[in-house]
Design a protein around this ligand. Structure first.
Ligand code: GLU
Length: 305
């Protein structure tokens, strides 16, 4: 009987994830449709004026101009941030940031080639030149600055916890003793949660959607990463998942690129600043990440270095 019950829970959870993978529109019983796929909100997205005759002394940009396309690394399983539906359409706040920046560098949306790059291979993919830019919930920190360059920050997130709805055992980072927490390799929240002070056991996977699946399957007790990411998963399945506690780290998001391409870094900083000032940033936020329940707040000041 017990076995039967857990088997059916697993089947339901798999079904739920399969439905979400279809763009998140279907949802599952008791959950509201996500809107995180850019569906209803897509009409409210701004379009960005594409610069012409861009001349910047950047090796990356010159190569991209020659190729006629800009290759941008992104996530594909983060609703409202960086999501790819079954038709290959990308949506989310990070995708909009990528489009704004690309426009200022002279590239139309159709000249962007998005490549899915998960957290554990970001630095190597960028330094090998396999992507020109990277926009994917990428925290700026000194360790990473040894390998890549960062424009921004364009958003401030903080690590938090996603649990099964109604789980009274976990109320925040100080209630994780003996609990099993899932996060992904190469991410800053995983590094944080491994600190002995939390007393948590960790499961380390490659994608956050796999962690969410394990949470729905009762295989782990919580998922940790940035609140912005977790709120997206919770908004997709409000009947099953919730974000608890208070953010326990600071995660300022930057646009990653080749470490030595200072001219490109300056150009991307300029672009971020311009789109924040002209209102595109807020419009894009409201039509994407804002839908997962975090009201708009002004981004942190650009930190040029
Ligand atoms: N912002 C954190 C990081 O860059 C977590 C999110 C992610 O893995 O992309 O590590």
């Amino acid at each position: 009987m017990k076995l039967r019950k857990s088997a059916s829970v697993a089947v339901l959870a798999t079904l739920a994830l399969a439905l979400t993978a279809c763009g998140g529109e279907s949802g599952n019983a008791g959950d509201k449709p996500s809107g995180g796929d850019g569906g209803a909100a897509a009409a409210k997205l701004p379009s960005y004026a594409v610069a012409t005759d861009v001349k910047i002394d950047s090796a990356t940009l010159k190569r991209a101009q020659k190729a006629g396309k800009l290759v941008i690394g992104a996530k594909n399983d983060q609703p409202y941030l960086g999501f790819e539906d079954t038709t290959g359409k990308r949506s989310g706040f990070d995708i909009e940031i990528a489009k704004m920046v690309a426009a200022d560098l002279g590239f139309k949306p159709e000249q962007i080639e998005f490549k899915t790059v998960d957290s554990n291979v970001r630095e190597t993919t960028i330094s090998k030149g396999e992507v020109d830019l990277y926009v994917g919930t990428y925290t700026i920190n000194d360790e990473r600055k040894k390998q890549v360059g960062f424009a921004g920050p364009y958003f401030l997130a903080g690590a938090d916890l996603l649990v099964r709805k109604g789980d009274k055992d976990i109320s925040g980072a100080d209630s994780l003793k003996g609990k099993t927490v899932c996060s992904i390799k190469g991410s800053t929240p995983l590094q944080e949660i491994k600190k002995p002070k939390y007393g948590a056991k960790t499961v380390e996977l490659s994608k956050y959607s796999e962690c969410v699946q394990q949470l729905l399957n009762n295989e782990v007790d919580a998922v940790t990463t940035d609140d912005a990411i977790l709120k997206g998963y919770a908004a997709q399945r409000p009947a099953k998942l919730e974000v608890v506690g208070k953010p326990f780290t600071k995660e300022p998001y930057g646009v990653g690129m080749n470490k030595d391409d200072k001219a490109l870094r300056t150009a991307v900083d300029d672009a971020l600043e311009k789109h924040e000032k002209n209102g595109d940033y807020k419009k894009a936020y409201d039509a994407t990440l804002g839908l997962s329940g975090s009201p708009y707040t002004a981004p942190p000041a650009i930190e040029r270095y």
